[in-house]
Design a protein around this ligand. Structure first.
Ligand code: FAD
Length: 494
């Protein structure tokens, strides 16, 4: 009997993880990708002897990767490094950084007089965050929903005591537990991992403080994050999965019930028995399937995560004192975070994140050199449409970093690449350049998020950051499991 064929649109982590699961279950799998190489946002840039991870630099919930490899019956091919300190936070008003250790007693010493009685306060805060994590993990995050009623029924089983945290912001929740401004800012940085500010992130996401400090911490991959993609490509190739690059799906052919083919930019038809879309689940419905509920006006009215502005620098010399992961913040957090992301003006004193992966992966830079990745969250293209000031913003950030680490980075730069939100949009089809896809307010999660099964076509599924459960590498791996569950139930192999 002929095998059932699945066509996957996009080779992001979500697409690759789904391809791996389906191939393991006996489907014939083909993938098409717009970019010239696999990985999506988890991509790699090689330039002038330096290697950069283009997007993600660390992740939580490392066990989700292990689950994926267990699912397909192979030992975990990746070497994971646990981060401790998790990261360092530099404020403009303070000479030395806060090192964010996982051990609360050590962390208490970092905060010192700034946050008296830190350990007791943090323990109480994290205990509540732990309860939210475990009370929602299987009821809201790791499951499929068959419509809003099903979602509502599932939500109703979550203990009522968490209810108020749906309506408070993360910032106000932190204010109930901590007094020091720096403590609150540092604990609120997890909101940015969701692509939002703590002022517009619901307090339930305090669970992310539990995942980072207690549950599983943060990890990166030996040899760089792109090792994840290389390992997956190897497994996919061994299982006969065919990948075609520089191929963008721009149209669809369908009958009343099923997609019959997707059409690429050259007019070529790609046929299969079933289709999995790893492109943004909201944008794809609007732009390719022409669904009214996702037309441009509706898409623009949705809540999207912040856009990335990223800089990749190959630098001669060593930046002593910097850890692998570092945040550089000013002294006006509330005003900055509340205003900057909805304006058309680039920040004058930007807040940014710096990752120096050559610190733990020397192969990523020539001897005596360092590879520096800088990520500055900025407004998406709905708010700031033009980026003629790209080089100027990059210079401002590099100048600020040079002053704060005491090293003339500009004078020692051997290679420099900058991606603004337009680049991010065009490279990976990210709607309005939004970095992490749809935001995670209560109106856009669970049963309210674009579903992973199409509303109309019975052979079209979605996987990745803008469908359920949401964004971030381990969450996208969960997404691949949920999409696969649907497919196995609807289109069994025999
Ligand atoms: C700058 C940045 C930093 C980040 N840092 C972290 C981090 O440290 N830790 C973490 O956990 N997460 C991080 N994330 C988030 C993480 O990268 C994403 O959640 C995850 O990679 C999304 O995977 P995905 O499979 O959903 O989508 P993608 O990676 O976007 O993959 C989708 C793929 O589909 C392709 N595609 C789209 N449309 C079409 C089409 N029409 N035809 C053909 N191909 C198409 C795209 O080119 C892309 O390759 C970061 C994201 C960014 C942007």
């Amino acid at each position: 009997m002929a095998k059932k064929k699945a066509l996957i649109i996009g080779t992001g982590l979500g697409g690759m993880a789904t391809a791996l699961r389906l191939a393991h279950k006996g489907y014939e799998v083909e993938m098409v990708e717009k970019h010239h190489q696999p990985g999506g946002r988890l991509n790699q840039l090689k330039k002038d002897g330096f290697t950069f991870d283009v997007g993600p630099s660390f992740f939580s919930m490392s066990y989700e990767f292990k689950e994926l490899f267990d699912y397909v019956g192979v030992p975990n091919p990746l070497g994971f490094n646990e981060l401790n300190p998790l990261y360092s936070v530099y404020f403009a008003h303070r000479d030395k950084p806060y090192n964010i250790y996982k051990e609360l007693d050590k962390l208490a010493k970092e905060f010192g007089d700034h946050e008296p009685n830190f350990e007791a306060k943090a323990s109480k805060y994290l205990k509540a965050a732990k309860e939210i994590f475990h009370d929602t993990e299987y009821k809201v995050v790791k499951r499929n929903f068959n419509g809003l009623l099903d979602y509502g029924a599932s939500l109703a089983t979550v203990p009522l005591k968490h209810g108020p945290k749906l309506f408070r912001s993360m910032w106000s929740e932190l204010g109930r537990h901590f007094d020091g401004q720096d403590t609150k800012v540092i604990f609120s940085l997890v909101a940015f991992f969701l692509g939002a500010t703590p002022f517009d992130t619901p307090a339930v996401y305090s669970l992310l403080n539990y995942t980072e400090l207690i549950h599983d911490g943060y990890w990166n991959v030996k040899g760089g994050m792109y090792k994840i993609v290389e390992a997956m490509v190897k497994l996919l190739t061994e299982r006969g999965v065919k990948m075609t690059f520089n191929t963008e799906i721009v149209g669809v052919e369908a009958n009343e019930f099923n997609v019959t083919a997707f059409i690429d930019q050259h007019g070529k038809r790609h046929t299969a028995d079933l289709f999995v879309c790893n492109s943004d689940a909201a944008m794809f419905r609007g732009v390719i399937l022409k669904r009214r509920k996702f037309n441009e006006h509706k898409l623009d009215g949705m809540d999207w995560t912040l856009a990335p502005f990223t800089i990749y620098l190959g630098v001669k010399g060593k930046l002593e004192g910097l850890h692998h992961h570092n945040y550089f913040l000013g002294s006006n957090f509330n005003e900055y975070a509340d205003n900057i992301f909805k304006t058309s003006i680039a920040p004058e004193k930007p807040y940014y994140y710096v990752n120096v992966s050559s610190k733990s992966n020397p192969d990523c830079a020539p001897e005596g050199c360092e590879n520096i990745f800088i990520l500055c969250p900025v407004p998406d293209l709905r708010y700031k449409k033009t980026w003629e000031d790209t080089e100027q913003l990059a210079n401002t950030i590099i100048q600020d970093l040079s002053e704060r680490v005491g090293y003339d980075i500009a004078a020692n730069t051997l290679t420099r690449t900058v991606y603004n939100p337009i680049d991010w949009r065009d490279k990976f089809n990210l709607y309005r350049g939004s970095g992490l896809g749809l935001a995670h307010g209560m109106n856009q999660v669970g049963g309210m998020r674009p579903a992973n099964k199409d509303e109309l076509f019975s052979n079209l599924y979605y996987v990745g950051a803008s469908t359920i459960p949401g964004t971030g590498l381990p969450i996208v791996v969960i997404s691949s499991r949920l999409a696969t569950e649907r497919i196995l139930a609807d289109h069994p192999i025999s």
